[in-house]
Design a protein around this ligand. Structure first.
Ligand SMILES: [Zn+2]
Length: 141
């Protein structure tokens, strides 16, 4: 009695055993982090997994002067090479690229901001290449 509290290795607060998840691998039969700390830790881990660095790029081809392709990639040069294979004139070129720590979030933000455009963005009165470059450069995550 009185010694049935476990000290959480994360927050240092002594808590009754019920405050910890059951763990077969540990001597106490409970995890070393309390339930609250485990919840925070697993949320952080999930967020880290989802976060992936990469580049948002704009690729154009003068054969399609009214369009620009916006996308994400880990390697802009490789991405461009992939495009070139579909064009005998090798006419694709990178107009702009910017690195993001969380490139998925950046791409979602672009897609949500321009819902009537899709991957190949049609250049019109509302948005031209310079507008899109400005938009990408001003993204803060
Ligand atoms: Zn804790």
């Amino acid at each position: 009695m009185g010694s049935d509290k476990i000290i959480c290795k994360k927050c240092g607060i002594p808590k009754p055993a019920e405050g910890f998840y059951v763990s077969k691998d540990s001597l106490t039969g409970r995890g070393s982090y309390c339930k609250e700390c485990e919840t925070v830790r697993s949320k952080e881990r999930r967020r880290e997994v989802r976060k992936k660095p990469g580049f948002i790029y704009i690729i154009r081809n003068d054969a399609f002067p009214d369009y620009m392709k916006i996308g994400q990639t880990v390697n802009v040069d490789n991405r461009l090479v992939n495009f070139q294979t579909s064009d005998p004139n090798r006419g694709y070129y990178v107009v702009h690229s910017r690195k993001f720590d969380d490139v998925g979030a950046a791409e979602r933000l672009i897609a949500e901001s321009f819902p009537h455009y899709y991957e190949w963005y049609k250049i019109d009165m509302d948005m031209d290449e310079a507008d899109m470059i400005d938009f990408i450069n001003n993204i803060t995550l």
